[in-house]
Design a protein around this ligand. Sequence first.
Ligand SMILES: C[S@@+](CC[C@H](N)C(=O)[O-])C[C@H]1O[C@@H](n2cnc3c(N)ncnc32)[C@H](O)[C@@H]1O
Length: 271
Amino acid sequence: MDGSELVGVQKTLAPVLKAKALDNRLPDPILGDQWAEQVMRRLDPGYDQGRFATSQLGLVAVVRSKAHDDWARAFLTDHPDAVVLHLGCGLDARVHRIDPPATVDWYDLDYPNVIALRERLLPAREHYTPIGAAVTDLAWLEPIPRGRPLLMIAEGLVPYLTEADLKRLLTSVVDMFPTGQIQFDTVPVWAWRTSRWDPTLRKYDAEFHCGFDDPARLADWHPRLRYVDEAPMNDSPLLTAKAPAGTRRLYRLLNLVPGLKRSTRIVRFRF
Ligand SMILES: C[S@@+](CC[C@H](N)C(=O)[O-])C[C@H]1O[C@@H](n2cnc3c(N)ncnc32)[C@H](O)[C@@H]1O
């Protein structure tokens, strides 16, 4: 089992998973995701061998996951009867990390072959349903129970959608539910426009299809949607507190470059 069945954008799940696996090996991890380490080891037993194999440069992705987890936990504490749509879930073990009560129904969605791989690598659980589908084909929304609070989480997904598809997704979800929280992350317009030449994305045959300089404005897409706030990523105090010294130094330098400090924006909306 090595994930070789993944194609194009699906391969972008691997570096994030590796970052989470490596974080779990820090003496004081940011996320502490034991599942990431187990899954990574099964996908690539030698993932921590080789020259830069144990570099913690990916820790920002872990900071992003922690921000999404914290927001999700807070929402589920206030809304224990929620329906969770975790879109573009990849091999992320969020449902296990958060371990919601049985009153929550949780749906993990990704492409069918990603979901098939996930089902081989991660345990099933009650009140949990994996959905193998393209998120843009909104037919998957049909069987989801309505009339309950909604939590939608899309981590590392939105830049791979077109603006038109994102708008259709957001407005459809808000129309379907009485109340809810929607949290995701976006890249700025420059990162979208240059993504075709981004060496990391090229390696995964992927590119971005949208970018926003002011993601708060996406609330204008639906009269019931309102922007709440943003969580720090590259400049997160968590990095200063927990990353190894070399990683911290590098991010301190990168954050001096205009545009890089908030090159990913983690944003939260409510309706
Ligand atoms: C960067 S990975 C993030 C994975 C996971 N959310 C995490 O943070 O570990 C992006 C994920 O989005 C999925 N994805 C991208 N476009 C998608 C689409 N149109 N429909 C369903 N999944 C999609 C990919 O297959 C991949 O698993």
